[in-house]
Structure formats: C-alpha cells, structure tokens
Ligand binder design. Structure first.
Ligand SMILES: CC(C)(COP(=O)(O)OP(=O)(O)OC[C@H]1O[C@@H](n2cnc3c(N)ncnc32)[C@H](O)[C@@H]1OP(=O)(O)O)[C@@H](O)C(=O)NCCC(=O)NCCS
Length: 171
C-alpha cells in the first residue's frame, strides 16, 4: 500500500438525497439520527478513498444541528479527510440544503468524525498523510490535532496532562 501524501479533495465524497416522510420527526423536520447515519456513510467513504482500506467509525467528535431541515428538502453532504494521523483520520462534513426554486445552497449543519483504517481482522493500519491545499483545509488541518487530543481525553484514552495541544490553549 502506498503512503504517498494525498490532498483532502482526493477523498471528497458528495451525497445528495431527499428528506422523505419516514425520515422526519413530529414537526416534519429531518430526524437527527437519520442525518447522523447519512453523514457516517459519506465520511466512511471519504476515509476509504483516502486510505484505500476498510474504515470504522472511532468517534463522532462534533455535530452542530444548526438549522432544521424540512420534509422534501434536497440535502447534500460533503465529506473530506481533513487530517490523517497514524491509522486515524479526521473527516470534516458540511451539510447543505438546496432551495428548490433558486438552486442556491444554505449551510445547515457540520460535523467532525474520526475513522480508523483497519485490516480484515480489525487491526489498525497506517494511512497516508494529508497535504491541505485551500485556506479552509489548512485551518481544519491545523486544529485537528487539538480535536483528536480532546476526543481521546473525553474517551479516557489520554490523560489530560498529556494533551499538549489543549494545554497550549490555556497556558
Ligand atoms: C476504533 C478502533 C479500531 C481503535 O482500536 P484501538 O485498539 O483502540 O487502537 P489504537 O489505540 O491503536 O487506536 C487506533 C487509532 O484510533 C485513534 N482513536 C481511538 N479512539 C479514538 C477516539 N475516541 N477519538 C479519536 N481517535 C481515537 C487512536 O488515537 C489511534 O490513532 P493513530 O493510530 O492515528 O495515532 C477500535 O476501538 C474499534 O474497532 N472500535 C469499534 C469501531 C466500530 O465498530 N465502529 C462502528 C460503531 S457501531
């Protein structure tokens, strides 16, 4: 397997779908769990495109349900690997809702997931590094280590005193 660095756009995964009645809550907006599942699928494919391996969801680091998405909406999910570590990858997801008449897209939500590349036995395997290109990709790349440390501390997998990037925010 080649570990030649890749750009975030090489993993770009775009998923567009409608909101159907069975996917809504009592007030006819998209059910949160349905959106989480759609984002998980798109992010998983982005992780596979980057690593060319099986990927598993290790953590959902952040979700912001900023705007309700109504029944009948056309929802587009864009997922890209924002940073790769050893076997783990941060995937950044932007969710857009398209206006039926004008075609303009409004940002409705964003989320950050962590995926791990694994072999057939579920053992983590190394992935290629990321080289961010755009200004936004560079910002997301730079902040990813901080988010990884926060996620590991919250999961009880890292001691707070070892989280150097988090300490740097306060010291
Ligand atoms: C994710 C999983 C492969 C990690 O395995 P592990 O034995 O903990 O392996 P490691 O400790 O070596 O961690 C592997 C990588 O995941 C990262 N990781 C693990 N948990 C994490 C978390 N909560 N947040 C961020 N990163 C995490 C580690 O930092 C490490 O990253 P690195 O290799 O880039 O440095 C394992 O816990 C697993 O298979 N979980 C179930 C996944 C799954 O089924 N998901 C679907 C849910 S239904």
């Amino acid at each position: 397997m080649s570990l030649t660095p890749k750009t975030p756009s090489e993993s770009l995964t775009i998923h567009t779908d409608l909101v159907l009645p069975s996917e809504t809550n009592h007030i006819h907006n998209l059910f949160g769990g349905e959106l989480l599942a759609r984002m998980d699928r798109a992010a998983s494919i982005a992780g596979q495109r980057h690593s060319r391996c099986i990927t598993v969801t290790a953590s959902v680091n952040h979700v912001a349900f900023t705007k309700a998405i109504s029944l009948g909406s056309v929802v587009t999910i864009e997922a890209k690997v924002s940073r790769a570590f050893k076997s783990s990858m941060e995937v950044y997801i932007d969710v857009w809702v398209e206006d039926r008449e004008s075609g303009s897209k409004t940002k409705a939500n964003e989320a950050i997931y962590t995926f791990v590349a694994v072999d057939e036995n579920g053992k983590p395997v190394e992935v290629a590094p990321i080289i961010p290109e755009t200004e936004l990709e560079k910002q997301r790349y730079d902040a990813a280590l901080r988010r990884k440390q926060l996620s590991l501390v919250l999961a009880g997998k890292m001691k707070p005193e070892e989280a150097t990037e988090l300490k740097a925010l306060f010291v």
